[in-house]
Ligand binder design. Sequence first.
Ligand code: UD1
Length: 417
Amino acid sequence: MSKIIVKNSGALQGEIEVSGSKNSALPIIAACILNEGRNELSGLPDLSDIHIMFSLMESLGARIEFASGKTIVNCEHITNYTTPYELVGKMRGSFLLAGPLLARAGRARIAMPGGCPIGTRPVDLHLKGFAALGADISQGHGYIDLKAKNKLAGAKIYLDFPSVGATENILMAAVTALGETVIENAAVEPEIVDLAEFLNKQGAQIEGAGTDTVRIAGVRELKGTAHQIIPDRIEAGTFMVAFSATRGTGRIKNINFSHVKPVAAKLAEMGVEMRCGPDYIDIDAAKKLTTADIKTLPFPGFPTDMQAPFSVLLSTVEGTGMIVETVFENRFLHVGELKRMGANIRIDGRTSVVEGVKRLSGAQVNALDLRGGAALVLAGMVAKGDTQITGVEHIERGYENLVGKLSKIGAKVYSEK
Ligand code: UD1
């Protein structure tokens, strides 16, 4: 079983570069199904989730040539409309194939999604959207069947919650529907804007992506195009916390500051100094930091994906900080593991109360989900003694070469097969 070993690393120093966004790449790869041409995607991160998406696409008939610089996705022949459970069970993002398949073929049979065990994570909002566009939906034996007898038709869809995945799936289903679709209370995350830009380059007519009302005028067909994936704001945020938790100084390259603003604002409140360049941030966390309270919210609020790394940071600071998780109902899986490392964290429902401790202590811990796993790596860097992390496959889902990248800025982090 592979492990990550982490030793106390002192203050991190140097330059680290962010990869392309996983959460942007997944829907954009799926959206290639919408055209029969050749799509050139630049900057896709080399991650297990991305490779699962490639395997899913290939199981549908797509041809993919992956290279970390440029990936070609060709969907000329889509011959299968069922996504196999063996792959879907590994990644919730696979449900993003439903919208494009429905738009292209009028049908899709998707295994019920798996992914990080951070709550029940239903797909009801996706399904309500598909139904509004005219799809018939049935469920059974672990699969969801979607069928459109006639061509999908534009509709007005109000999302009860601004779900990222539902907004993306409905957008992709609606681009070739007859007439206009309006999504209200849409998610406004940067990944939605990236997807809409990609779809518009394919020939879609989408307006308002990045606001809570997105208008999609259906077009007859889309064509292949080229696109550069945006930088991963969660990986960037994780590096910002890595420098901060170790009281380090350095530069994070390939970053879009407007995407990490909620994280930067919280770090600034805690006393971290930052200076932005056009595509980098210089960060200096050498001064004494103070604790903070955090509430996770949809963008542009504080990202839920960053609350696990922040619970490590708050543990290194004197005083009591509170984290309220409003997006997912079970996103404190890492807390039990951090407690094994000496963290003083209490959970009450959706709130965790983090009391700073003098020193975390290295221990054997298990990554139970992606961001919680990254938090354990950060904890190991500030803890006394060695930390051994199992469940590395969770971390590898979302961080490209985390060990190699952190090592370059002085972290004592090692992979063990
Ligand atoms: C995406 C991200 C994930 C991030 C999350 C919130 C990807 C691949 N993953 O996940 O990293 O943490 O956004 O920023 O992009 N919900 C429903 N019904 C639905 C859909 C969602 O109740 O049909 C609920 C979920 O259970 C959750 C909340 O809405 O409590 C937010 O989920 P959503 O925004 O859909 O997140 P994902 O797209 O799954």
